[in-house]
Design a protein around this ligand. Structure first.
Ligand SMILES: [Zn+2]
Ligand SMILES: [Zn+2]
Length: 355
């Protein structure tokens, strides 16, 4: 298996020196603008600017903060545009770092906003008046997962602060799977890639032979795929299918929403598939050694990319949701089963290792 080749070498150098990469002209008519995410391990989101015959389109936007806005506007100026020149706002998914500035940017420009219907459906509960229901459901999910009382309240409300970073915009255009995006001069189609978010889409530029991969395929980290009250039952199965669905796309370069540009989509997909195979085995092993663990207890027995004491708040809840996603997939493939107690307890099936 050949590895990936980093093409965004300046981006990676900036990452290594913990700075913000420069605005880059990736190729004629296409720019990348890093927009900062302070106090977040991702550090920045890469907004892509696509020049049209008149005006520009953007893919993703950044958080709705003054700093992000001024950085985005300054980046557009380097490319020779102002916010008023934006004609289309393409959103890969509605996480705040991608969708946050969509509303403000539309106000400044009159551009249309497009995203997938599965993510559009989540907007009222997540960013609107439905938040109380969402919190009650989240609390119930965490009780079932066995999160102790003293931790649960903190995890239930862990995403509330970030909502300030979103100026929500109802979409004007809904992106179904594999449809052409109406951008004059471009041959762009959507690729629905659920898992990280139910309505995540990548954008395939068939003429330029690049994939705008959003958070679906990143060069260094594996995106969080977690059971959540706004996720379908088995998001990891969806995610692995969606990885396979992009693996053999005929592209020369992948333009992700974080980290740096790279070549070798198939190699990176293989690494991510392997990562989850390994993680499924690790999760299964934890249950085999101690049948009857809750999801929370399983989470504490797995290895994480940093010490558990440094995984706090939102990241801790994401970790619980990721473990649950692996347990659910193990259940559907017949390797583990759950009882109906509260909290739910998980057991290996006798022949689970062969499944
Ligand atoms: Zn995301
Ligand atoms: Zn992101």
């Amino acid at each position: 298996m050949g590895g990936i080749e980093v093409t965004g070498t300046a981006q990676r150098r900036s990452w290594e020196s913990t700075g913000l990469p420069d605005v880059e002209r990736v190729r004629p008519g296409l720019w990348s603008i890093p927009v900062p995410l302070p106090n977040n391990p991702l550090r920045y989101v890469l907004v892509y600017l696509l020049e049209l015959r008149a005006g520009v389109a953007v893919i993703d936007t950044g958080w709705s903060t003054e700093e992000a806005w001024s950085t985005l506007v300054a980046g557009m100026a380097i490319a020779g545009y102002t916010a008023a020149d934006v004609r289309a706002i393409l959103i890969t998914h509605i996480h705040p770092d991608h969708y946050g500035l969509a509303g403000r940017l539309r106000e400044a420009s009159g551009a249309w906003v497009g995203l997938h219907p599965a993510d559009a459906a989540l907007i009222p509960a997540r960013y609107g008046l439905g938040i109380d229901g969402l919190l009650a459901n989240m609390d119930a999910l965490l009780i079932d997962a066995g999160v102790p009382d003293e931790t649960r309240t903190e995890l239930t409300v862990a995403s509330m602060g970030i909502r300030e970073h979103v100026a929500a915009a109802e979409p004007d255009v809904l992106f179904e799977d594999r449809v052409a995006v109406a951008l004059p001069g471009w041959d762009l189609i959507t690729v629905h890639t659920p898992g990280h978010s139910p309505g995540h889409v990548c954008f395939l530029d068939r003429k330029g032979r690049v994939l705008f991969s959003g958070d679906h395929v990143l060069p260094r980290i594996s995106p969080s795929v977690a059971v959540h009250v706004q996720q379908p039952i088995n998001p990891l199965a969806d995610f692995l299918d969606a990885l396979r669905s992009v693996r053999d796309l005929d592209v020369d370069e992948v333009l992700p929403a974080h980290e740096w540009r790279f070549r070798g989509l198939d190699a990176r997909v293989d690494e991510l598939l392997e990562h989850h195979r390994h993680r499924l085995d690790e999760t299964y092993a934890a249950i085999s050694v101690a049948p009857g663990l809750t999801c929370w207890e399983t989470t504490l027995r797995l290895r994480w990319s940093r010490d558990w004491s440094q995984i706090v708040g939102y990241m801790r809840r994401a970790a619980v949701g990721e473990t649950l996603a692996h347990l659910v997939l193990l259940e559907t493939t017949g390797r583990v089963w759950r009882d109906h107690s509260r909290p739910v307890r998980w057991y290996p099936t006798t022949d689970g290792s062969d499944a």
